[in-house]
Design a protein around this ligand. Sequence first.
Ligand code: ADP
Ligand code: MG
Length: 539
Amino acid sequence: MSDKQPIYIMPENTERTIGRDAQRNNILAAKLVAEAIKTTLGPKGMDKMLVDSLGDITVTNDGVTILEKMDIEHPAAKMMVEIAKTQESEVGDGTTTAVMLAGKLLENAEKLLDLKIHPTVITKGYKLASEKAKEILNRESIEITLDNEELLINIVKTAMTGKGAESEKEKFSKIIVTAISQIEENNNVNLNNIKIIKNKSSGIEDTELIRGIIIDKERVSIDMPQKIENARIALISEPLEVKNPSQEAKISISTPSQLQDFINREEQMLKQIVEKIKLSGANVIFCQKGIDDIVQYYLAKENIYATRRVPKSDMESLSSATGARIISNLNELSPSELGRAKIVEEVKHGDEAMTYVRGCENPKTLTILIHGGSEHVLDEIERAFKDGLGDVATVIKDRTIVAGAGAIEMELSKQLKEFSQTLSGREQLAVNEFANSLEFIPSTLAENAGLDPIDVLTELKQKHDAGEKYAGINIFTNKVEDVVEKGILEPSRIKKQAISSATEVAIMILRIDDVLASKTSPRSSPSMGRGMPDMSGMD
Ligand code: ADP
Ligand code: MG
């Protein structure tokens, strides 16, 4: 009687998917993520327009940005998004590649699952292949010296092709290489030294590199000097105002003269503020809070340049750039607390004015001022700059590069297939599928450029078999050729990181054979959430 009663070990509303169903579900979700960004890969990749629930628009070609904005719900798909984020934070570029690789690894694993090969055999084979791939990658990397500016420029150009920055990539790569060479120290680059500021005014061609800092604030009064040379800079975190009497304070005024007294006294206090500043010798003030009108008036009379409501992060950058200490009490202000810069000046762009601080005491402070006609353009150019900066910083650390345009992927694939011959049965199949997955990159580069991926892959294979290691699909000429000669180069680390994280996530997803989702957690069926409706038809 009672032995027919089912036993519940979990809440009744738990949704459970087991075994092959769980695997298929997860693999499909991961594949969908890879498919979703595939069309953005490479120089001829297309952009995506993403509209969030508030109606804000992002137009981008950048893998990680797309995935972050896509509002992905499926748990396995979310794991894919994580690798894009890791790739972005570790090397700053190669996000699309990493995710596509992971998607393909899983798709190909499914073929093996269909052949009844156990997931643990596949994951073992993938792990082996990934280790071997990194070994081959090290061997096939090209060592460079850093005095070769043209080479660095080519690396940035490769990173920027196909982005909104394409038309100005010549100029932008120079800016990036110059900027990085200025802040480089013992083969290390701290990208925090480069600030990126965006200005909606002229076209992107006016984008410039400034040796110093730009603060997006204008001087508080047009009676102040517009430009100060040999600036002595005070950074003040307190308002330059008379503090409001606290709530309990009671001021009783009964005659007009008492009122006048009161006003005079207040003015006196405000004047004293200016007096203290003047005594310190400061001729430029950055104030984190407000500045009273009367203080503004007297500061202008003393030919002192002042800006107000400067964000805390800017105050901190100003402090490290100019050597000034941020003061919270005016009584502490003394000449030794001031910072220095050659020039502080207000510069107008369109209707907006900004404060430029040039020739700072610390020469390692740089700003890239991006100009552009709209927010969307500015954002996309900023992402392109970040990719380029990330690439050069990586190369400076490692000093090894690989041939881009799918060449390194083809070479890895070829050598991995040779390696697989040395293995026994089932693992051999897994290593082989790993090798096949790498070909997804060149084939997609070709496909996105409107070429026939099969023709291109065949030609690439022939050339690599004939020993042409640097044969890639150059999308500028639409030819399979030596891409190192053509300067299509990428930092080795981008590929290494992409292979590592793609393998890790693929293995992790493959090991799952039981998904227990409580009903309140997001759906676990493979669709992509609100941003991208039904993509299951894509293939
Ligand atoms: P990711 O997010 O992976 O960096 P991208 O859209 O930036 O994706 O594309 C990078 C890929 O484009 C790399 O494989 C790179 O080698 C390739 N690439 C760049 N320039 C060229 C070119 N001129 N011809 C062919 N491939 C190129
Ligand atoms: Mg890129």
